[in-house]
Design a protein around this ligand. Structure first.
Ligand code: SMG
Ligand code: MG
Length: 369
């Protein structure tokens, strides 16, 4: 297909409750959307970068500029484009994986809609619904945390993930384990808040019988994760560090990660995400689908990815109402702790363009050859 134009939309979506991690507190999701027009039809993609470069070095303004000035011109130059070509087409631009992933999603959506194929079918899904977990932010108090967790347990989530940081770890984790009992899966995510000096302290988390501990140390510090993995019984799972299939294989072979969090945005798209999935399956490393507070657009695609065979652990693929009162697409609703995998062509969801207009933070930016 030929890309004829791209429109960048920047929208603000208020969160139903603030989401606090070790690196900051968000009350609104600042989302960059890519709307692609091609000779065979339209496609939408969502960029997962945050408004500040705090989860990773990418951020929304930067992604918009790199798309406008570097990636879109590369796309416009290709006479016959398929999503399979994108790695090669984008090769002149180093990094900027979240920006590339947003365009890849829109290209895939357009291409698959045109051929009447769903994301799930194209990516290799083997399930029609996926087990869902929920990520719980740092709370003002343990009592408020317990109330929030109880609400998610009542809603049917199959796994609870607690955000932790120094000063908010052993006690909240112990109290939540007491609340939910020994059988519900529980894991923690530090978003790089600790250092190698904390290994003895983190070992005390073993008492809570966690499914995993996610990214305790700096994203570039694989060696300290190896040291922790040797010292602790809880499996270590990398998130921020895993930016490519090469890094994934290296981290697995060095013993830094025995479970992998796959986020398409972080790794440059759904096709690189499938490559990491395949490399993990070959090495019998379980994977799960991470989340970046996606709107229905990214959520639909993530749910399709999470239906691949290697995704054997519940993902951060929560229902729309975990974050938003109103979603940008038809809402994803939890049923028995699971979300249904969309079956329609492309992402399988329809973008509500009236809401894209109503929630605009800045005027839409049209890009053309
Ligand atoms: O989409 O449910 C979600 C969010 C899951 O905790 C979540 N994501 O490090 O895994 C992670 C964080 C990053 C969030 S950045 C604001
Ligand atoms: Mg994480």
């Amino acid at each position: 297909m030929k890309v004829e134009s791209i429109t960048l939309h920047r929208i603000g979506m208020p969160l139903v409750r603030p989401f606090e991690t070790s690196f900051g507190r968000e009350t609104e999701r600042d989302v960059l959307l890519v709307h692609l027009r091609t000779d065979v039809g339209e496609g939408w993609g969502e960029c997962v970068a945050g408004s500040a470069p705090s989860y990773s070095s990418e951020y929304v303004d930067g992604c918009a500029r790199v798309i406008e000035h570097h990636l879109a011109p590369l796309l416009f130059r290709v006479p016959q484009l398929s999503a399979d070509d994108l790695e090669r087409v984008f090769a002149p631009v180093v990094g900027h994986r979240m920006a590339k992933a947003a365009l890849e999603a829109a290209v895939l959506d357009a291409e698959l809609r045109a051929s009447g194929t769903s994301f799930a079918r194209y990516l290799g899904a083997v399930r029609s619904e996926v087990d869902c977990g929920v990520s719980v932010g740092i709370s003002p108090s343990i009592d408020e945390l317990l109330t929030e967790v109880q609400g998610y347990v009542d809603a049917g989530y199959r796994r609870i993930k607690l955000k932790i940081k120094p000063g908010w770890d052993l006690e909240p984790v112990r109290r939540v384990r007491d609340l939910i009992g020994p059988n519900l899966a529980l894991q923690v995510d530090a978003n790089t808040a600790y250092s190698r000096d904390d290994i003895a302290h983190l070992r005390e988390l073993d008492a809570a019988n966690l499914l995993l501990i996610e990214q305790p140390f700096d994203e570039e510090d694989i060696a300290s994760h190896v040291a922790l993995a040797r010292a602790i019984e809880t499996p270590v799972c990398l998130d921020e560090s895993i930016v490519s299939v090469g890094v994934a294989i290296d981290a697995i072979e060095r013993g830094a990660t025995s479970i992998v969090n796959i986020k398409p945005g972080r790794v440059g798209g759904y096709l690189p995400a499938v490559a990491i999935h395949d490399a993990c399956v070959q090495r019998t490393v379980p994977v799960w689908c991470g989340g970046m507070l996606e709107t229905g657009i990214g959520r639909a695609m993530n749910v399709a990815l999470a239906a691949l065979p290697g995704f054997t652990l519940p993902g951060d693929t929560s229902a729309s109402d975990r974050y938003y009162r109103e979603d940008l697409t038809e809402p994803f609703v939890l049923s028995n702790g699971r979300l249904a995998v969309p079956t329609g062509p492309g992402s399988g969801v329809m973008v509500r363009e009236d809401l894209v207009r109503d929630w605009a933070l800045t005027p839409a930016l049209p890009l053309a050859p």
